[in-house]
Design a protein around this ligand. Structure first.
Ligand code: M6R
Length: 599
């Protein structure tokens, strides 16, 4: 969580930092701040407060000329979101200013050992890092003081540091939290995400853990240096910047979430084009060998990606005929089950940065198990650290609520299982193309879905029910609705309701049922009757060939195994329009962040 941006160069630093913070706001939006060197007074100027980057942009004094600075948008971990706890933070004597993304686990021990008399103004762990650097700089050079501090702090961090006594430098370091360096003709930008580099850099590179970076502004140019914690140079591997600004705009939609919902048919088509050559689907041979040689596949993920993992389990077992299990990353990290021999691990993550997954990846790699990451971000930590990775090609997903990445993950899991399968159960190209068309059909009817939301979703709570694959979609649908509308929603296996939860059903409680599979149609219909006779306000989403006349949302038929990619679309629209009608902040729901980089 948290987004950081720093810039040195010939353009106005505050412009680049403020627009970068807006692009990174999905990472955290409790508070934000900026610190830069005023060219005229040679003083460091700091603005920071609780609230959104928009407030900072509105209140900013644009008259000051500046070419070097750092900024931060925060998701609070230590201390409330308020002005004092906002970043940047100064060291005790205000020599160093610093922004931080991550969590320092041993900050209390460090205070006790090195800074027992320091007076901290904030409740953050970050202020301790700044003051430690200052403490060591009394006897060491700045670089040595920073490296000494890095050798002591435990936990995750991406740091950008300014030294008021040497105002021509930005120092950067990272461990576990993401940080990239982007180099353009006019300057160097450092940021948590490639999106803040777009428009400022021609080439970029993710910085490796425990790498220390120094960027210096010289008279008419700038230079950068990457080294390890003891100061030896590290190898550079820059990539060409291939994201364009239009890809990260709203393209005329009111919200990123709606844009991303509407992009899903193109994501499916892109996956077909990326993974099909000469009419045959294939994946990276290294990725294939990892899953193909496994006696059992363990899928590790969180949130929406975990729901994609459940569908993936179905594909591995029913199409590839390999047993698979799904684990919540935050549980698996500290409570590893007994594993079978010759297993493989598949990590699913839109961002590729989720700290819970990273903890699992580190553990299973240490045990020597083969690992594959499925992600939307090929430069991400999980992509780089697994033995192989597969990209979902969903394009940048900005809304905190994940939609197109989910569909992309399900599609890639299907492609992987299909490529593994000795006997191909259907023509994947044909079936995926039908999915894209079925998605378009319901997206085109979104105003109709909106009208149903107004009629049915009028309560504080809601239930989704379904069986088999539909149950997995219910889990995802429930997460999406609660995440952005704050309506308390649960996804239930329809048959499980009568074992307790049906006690919650009373007059007017909305129950949304999903039916896409022939085999369970009658059973789920029976459960619908049970809740209906107890007063529930029922809404049914079904595929055409299992539909009944009274079903409210009837979707175009697709192959049953592929139905989760289609049945999820009306549920995303239901969430979007519920949140819209309730006046919620759809793209940035409260308390959340897009990329969860703390455990
Ligand atoms: O980036 P990841 O896919 O690893 O993120 C996992 C979850 O944090 C994420 O899916 C979350 O549940 C979404 N906000 C749900 O919409």
């Amino acid at each position: 969580m948290c987004g950081i941006v720093g810039y040195i160069g010939h353009r106005k630093a505050s412009d680049i930092i403020l627009s970068g913070l807006e692009k990174l706001e999905y990472r955290g939006y409790d508070s934000c701040g900026i610190c830069f060197l005023d060219d005229l007074s040679h003083d460091f100027v700091m603005y920071k407060d609780k609230g959104r980057v928009r407030h900072l942009i509105d209140d900013f004094d644009y008259s000051m000329s500046n070419h070097l600075g750092i900024g931060h948008t925060r998701w609070a971990t230590h201390g409330k979101p308020n002005q004092i706890n906002s970043h940047p933070h100064f060291s005790w004597n205000q020599r160093f200013a610093l922004v931080h993304n991550g969590v320092i686990e041993n900050y209390k021990e460090l205070i006790a050992k090195y800074l027992p008399n320091a007076d901290f103004v904030s409740e953050t762990d970050t202020e301790v890092i700044a003051t430690l650097i200052e403490h060591f700089s009394n006897t060491l050079s700045v670089e040595e003081a920073i490296r000494k501090t890095l050798s002591l702090i435990e936990g995750s961090y991406a740091l950008l540091i300014l030294d008021t006594q040497h105002p021509e430098f930005i120092y950067a370091a990272k461990n576990k939290s993401p940080l990239l360096i982007g180099v353009g003709e006019k300057g160097v930008t450092l940021a948590s995400d490639v999106m803040a580099l777009v428009g400022n850099a021609d080439k970029y590179m993710p910085i490796e853990d425990k790498t220390f970076t120094v960027v210096e502004k010289t008279e008419d140019s700038y230079q950068y240096r990457l080294c390890d914690i003891i100061g030896s140079p590290v190898e550079e591997s820059f990539m060409e910047m291939n994201i364009v600004l239009e890809e990260i705009g709203k393209a005329g939609y009111s919200h990123y979430m709606l844009k991303e919902i509407c992009e899903q048919p193109s994501v499916v088509r892109k996956i077909i084009s990326k993974y099909m050559n000469d009419d045959v689907f294939s994946i990276d041979p290294k990725a294939l060998s990892i899953v193909q040689n496994a006696k059992r596949i363990y899928i590790i993920a969180a949130g929406t990606s975990m729901h994609a993992g459940y569908v993936g389990k179905y594909y591995f077992e029913n199409i590839a005929k390999v047993p698979a299990e799904v684990f919540i990353a935050s549980e698996f990290a500290y409570n590893m089950p007994l594993l079978v021999e010759n297993c493989a691990f598949v990590f699913i993550s839109q961002s590729g940065e989720t700290a819970d997954l990273r903890a699992c990846l580190v553990n299973v790699k240490a045990l020597g198990y083969p690992t594959l990451t499925i992600t939307n971000v090929p430069t991400s930590t999980l992509a780089r650290e697994a033995d192989a990775f597969l990209e979902i090609f969903a394009g940048p997903e900005i809304a905190v609520a994940s939609t197109k990445a989910y569909v992309g993950q399900v599609a890639i899991l299907l492609v992987v299982a299909y490529v593994m399968a000795k006997k191909k159960p259907f023509d994947l190209h044909h079936e995926l193309s039908r999915v894209a068309v079925a998605m378009e059909a319901i997206i085109d009817k979104r105003e109709y879905v909106h009208s149903l939301v107004g009629e049915k979703l009028t309560k504080r709570n809601c239930f989704y029910i379904g069986r088999g694959l539909d149950y997995y979609t219910c889990l995802e649908a429930a997460l999406k609705l609660k995440e952005i509308s704050y309506i308390q929603t649960e996804g239930f296996a329809a048959g499980e309701l009568k074992h307790g939860t049906i006690a919650l059903i009373e007059d007017g409680v909305p129950v949304i049922a999903i039916i896409s599979q022939h085999a369970i149609n009658n059973n789920t219909r029976a459960n619908i009757r049970e809740v209906h006779s107890r007063g529930a306000e029922v809404l049914v989403i079904s595929l055409n060939n299992v539909s009944e006349l009274t079903d409210e949302i009837v979707l175009m038929d697709v192959h049953e195994s592929l139905s989760p990619m289609v049945t999820v679309i009306p549920t995303q629209l239901i969430s979007f329009y519920s949140a819209l009608d309730l006046g919620k902040d759809i793209d940035k729901p409260r308390n959340l962040a897009k990329s969860v980089t703390v455990e």
